[in-house]
Ligand binder design. Structure first.
Ligand code: ATP
Ligand code: MG
Length: 421
């Protein structure tokens, strides 16, 4: 019996994690610069939360959730982060503490999809939510932040696609218009789409089935059906983006996969790197009614989530800065004890230190120091130890000097901090 990770769920080994750290750091930094603070919610929520907020006839709820029951409760591994954040916002009466809350999160999500490049069953999202600001200025600010983040990360060919789904009234009119448009084409739709023409025709616009895509060519766009308030929001959003000089493309048929969106919708795609077909890096939109739906007050909200695996695919190889480290090579029994002590003192002084405690020849230890990319190797032999000295090898400069054991920490903490010899 050999064990394997669950299909669609990936191990991320230490040499890959370094790239994740670069990305996560860039995200946290830009989010915090924009006033977002991190929220951490549970990975499991009551199933009903997702059904209610994401929508019963969405792909996520119909077929992608990992649901199980325990103690007579139906629980679901979170397929996205907004529902949990919104639940926490309501549960902790956040609206009473401050008029506007800006939250971000980062963590694993779970969807039972067919695994392929850029699409997994456990994947990571980073996202932001703004509660309490009706926009459209904060909508523009959010989109501008994302364009800036992707530019800073060096992802090429990014397109910010912008749509407007309107409020509930507009959505109803749009549903009706789409039904009228799709009904004569029932025959050419996929079975799945056919079943949705009545209940949720908007979803068909988001279908990846080529038959549905073809049938949707020339479908009416929602921007013609906006009411006055929706139109003012939509015009305001574009005006702010124009003022900021943020590039965007209007997509009047953008609907996105979750039911909760109102008014602003957006999606950032890229053609760069190894993305292939799964080229949507991030998606988001306004969800002005969700907080109320979940039993909270009438608080408008907007948010987005980005898929970290897809961003890493778009980036290709990320340059990771390696922290300088030193390697301790003890040669002998009493040298080993001294090396343990010296390694601890180095680490206490902030110098990263590796120690080879397995014994072995100097040659094999130097090879190991090299493989780890160590800048210095400290060779400690029993005879030298008796004199209170060690050999300090600078592996980059190919130099070696004898140094008093007592001076090693001061010397290396100065050097590794970039303070010269
Ligand atoms: P898609 O159309 O690609 O299925 P979606 O509309 O389901 O995306 P959202 O629910 O808006 O996506 O999630 C936001 C982002 O999370 C996506 O743009 C994508 O980068 C990422 N994402 C979504 N599902 C997956 C998945 N199964 N594997 C990896 N990343 C994903
Ligand atoms: Mg999806």
């Amino acid at each position: 019996m050999s064990y394997r990770a669950v299909k669609g769920m990936n191990d991320i080994l230490p040499d890959e994690v370094a790239q994740w750290h670069v990305l996560e750091r860039a995200f946290r930094e830009i989010a915090e610069l924009h006033g977002y603070a991190e929220v951490r919610t549970p990975i499991v929520e009551g199933t009903e939360l997702f059904v209610r907020s994401i929508g019963e006839t969405t792909d996520v709820v119909e077929k992608e959730m990992y649901t199980f029951s325990r103690h007579d409760e139906s629980l679901t591994l979170r397929p996205e982060g907004t529902a949990g954040a919104a639940r926490a916002y309501v549960e902790h009466k956040q609206h009473a503490k401050e008029p506007v809350s800006r939250w971000y999160y980062l963590g694993p999500m779970f969807r039972a999809e067919r695994p392929q490049r850029g699409r997994y069953r456990q994947f990571y999202q980073a996202g932001c939510e703004i509660f309490g600001d009706p926009g459209p200025a904060c909508d523009a600010e959010m989109i501008d932040m994302l364009v800036g983040l992707f530019r800073k990360l060096g992802i090429a060919d990014v397109s910010a696609n912008l749509g407007c789904i309107g409020g509930p009234g507009t959505r109803e009119r749009y549903r009706a218009a789409l039904r009228d448009f799709l009904k004569p084409k029932l025959e050419s739709l996929s079975e799945h789409a056919r079943a949705r023409v009545e209940a949720n025709p908007l979803r068909i616009l988001d279908s990846k089935d080529p038959r549905d895509r073809a049938a949707c060519e020339g479908a009416p766009g929602v921007t013609d059906l906006l009411d006055d308030a929706d139109r003012a929001h939509w015009d305001g959003l574009r005006r702010h983006l124009d003022r900021l000089g943020t590039p965007y493309v209007v997509d009047p048929r953008l609907v996105r996969g979750l039911d909760y969106y109102t008014r602003t919708l957006f999606e950032l795609t890229s053609r760069s790197g190894e993305l292939g077909a799964q080229n949507t890096l991030c998606g988001g939109g306004r969800y002005d009614h969700m907080i109320e739906e979940l039993g909270g007050p009438n608080v408008p909200a907007i948010g987005f989530a980005m898929g970290l695996e897809r961003i890493l695919l778009a980036l290709g190889q990320v340059a990771v800065e390696k922290r300088p480290r030193c390697f301790l090579a003890p040669l002998g029994e009493s040298a080993l004890g001294a090396a343990l002590e010296l390694a601890r003192s180095l680490r206490d002084a902030g110098v990263a230190a590796d120690l080879d405690a397995r014994g072995g020849s100097l040659k094999s230890m130097l090879r190991r120091a090299d493989a780890l990319g160590a800048r210095h190797c400290i060779v400690i032999g029993d005879a030298e130890l008796a004199r209170g000295v060690v050999q300090l090898k600078d592996l980059a400069q190919h130099q070696q000097e004898e140094l008093a054991l007592a001076d090693v920490v001061a010397r290396l903490s100065r050097r590794e901090a970039g303070g010269g010899p």
